[in-house]
Unconditional design. Sequence first.
Length: 399
Amino acid sequence: MLQIEDAVRCLQQQMQPITKTQNLPLLTAAGWILAQEGRAMADQPPFPRSPLDGYALRGQDTEAASKEAPVCLQVVGRVYAGEVFPGQIKAGEAVRIMTGAPIPMGADTVVRQEDSDYGQEQVLIYKGSRPYENYCFQGEDYKKDSLLLQKGAKLGGCEIALAASLGMDPVAVYQKPKIAVISTGDELTKPGEKLMPGKIYDSNRYWISGRLAELGILASYSGQCKDEPEEMAECIRRLSEQTDLIITTGGVSVGEKDILHEVIRRLSARQLFWQVNVKPGAPVLAAVLDQTLLICLSGNPFAAAVNFELIVRPVIGYLSRDKSWIPKRKKVRLENDYRKPAGARRFLRGYEEDGKAWVATGNHAAGALSAMAGCNCLIEILPQQAGAVKGDTVWACLL
Ligand code: AMP
Ligand code: MG
């Protein structure tokens, strides 16, 4: 049977990463992928500046200064952050200066105000400062033409601050993939509506749409469909015109109401695969319709969740150019037992902290959702393993 990694590779081969870009106000760009370089147009800081409040002066004038033998200098002006002192400092002179202000020409250091008498016209300096001691050099943060932001960088707080310090606003970002989510099943009822006999509330669409939003993409469509092949085919056909990826849940197994096989036939979509070596969630079905990828997941809530995390997320990562979509794997030490032969690559709900992991207690069935609460990883049990016991080293896929 197809391995998860091969399924992901096969899906990625059908797609190209998004190339369309748009401009966004910098303050709204967190979580987006930068579609331009961020290069310094000027040195930062753009001028030598004072790192503290004090007196800008010539270091050689105060070399011998001490508490007992202060040096007296003429205060010839003052300069605050945002201003420029117009003159040049000469021997025996000082300029009152505040943090962030440009160091006047002629001065090569700043003496802390605490080492002076805070003089206004004249100042007594009690402690010398060597040339360039308290001195922020022009370009000491970065130099003109430095590449600070690579095209393709994900914009977080730090990148946004760097872009701001480069003067970039708005910024060009890659558009996010358009993703539609459809739950199928005659038994499904929308949350908020009255539950009739034989029906259940639809939770899959909420898992997937919720996870998409949590990871940074709002589903462009989220809806529900009956187990009616024509209705479903029509819905997919319509959505495919404006969607990069359609994710469905339910109807992919071998029952009479497992309509997705029929839907794919009716759409004349090109089937890529059906069934992957993953438990739960083996009957994943994938197809391409024109430019749109169709990934149909099992209807069982935990199976759909596992499929989404392991197969859909890396595909979205590729489409969106955002590596954070690719779930991270980590070797962990198991802290409790799970004794059940797998026969397939099995994923268990778990909780991981500091390299230790616990298999969730509660119902492990593919159809059970509640044991997922509080979990932050999927623990992998290999096909040849008859479960796992405390102390075993296993892989965890972080959610
Ligand atoms: P299916 O894959 O359609 O055979 O569904 C497998 C199981 O998952 C059945 O018990 C369904 O009722 C349940 N199920 C299917 N879709 C959903 C959904 N959207 N939300 C919650 N449970 C579902
Ligand atoms: Mg069904």
